[in-house]
Design a protein around this ligand. Structure first.
Ligand code: THU
Length: 138
């Protein structure tokens, strides 16, 4: 399983180096795994008007959904000022809500990492308790 996380963390770190962050200089990378084992990478993309900024996690989700993917098992997120991984970067509230839409609420995993050997694993249910999602509209 450790080996398993390594691949996803490496993919997130690679993605972080694609970040377009001329304003915050805070680089974020995400690696999203589908139920069939494919990995979609995403980076944050900032904007001069600030609010149109897209987080790394959502870039990964939107790329995957465009490709027809709908089932996801886990996502790894890494980030740091000037791409230096000095601390853990947890997903923002908006990204947690996007995970709620497409992830599996009970067991979708969020891995936040500082390196391939230093990481923390959470379930979506833990970091978004009492989440509102597609089931509420059925
Ligand atoms: N950011 C992400 O990409 N993901 C998160 O979950 C937290 C924040 C980005 C948005 C912005 O480009 C930069 O980090 C600083 O907020």
């Amino acid at each position: 399983m450790t080996q398993d996380y390594r691949k996803l963390i490496e993919a997130a770190i690679e993605a972080m180096h694609k970040a377009y962050v001329p304003y915050s200089h805070f680089h974020v990378g995400a690696a999203l795994e589908t139920a069939t084992g494919k990995i979609y990478q995403g980076c944050n993309i900032e904007n001069a008007a600030y609010t149109p900024t897209n987080c790394a996690e959502r870039t990964a989700f939107f790329r995957a959904v465009y490709d027809g993917e709908r089932e996801f098992t886990r996502i790894c997120v890494v980030g740091g000022m000037k791409a230096e991984l000095t601390d853990y970067t947890a997903p923002c509230g908006v990204c947690r809500q996007v995970m709620m839409e497409f992830g599996r609420y009970q067991d979708f995993e969020i891995i936040i990492a500082k390196s391939t050997t230093e990481y923390r694993v959470y379930k979506l249910k833990e970091i978004l308790p009492e989440g509102f999602g597609p089931k509420n509209l059925r």
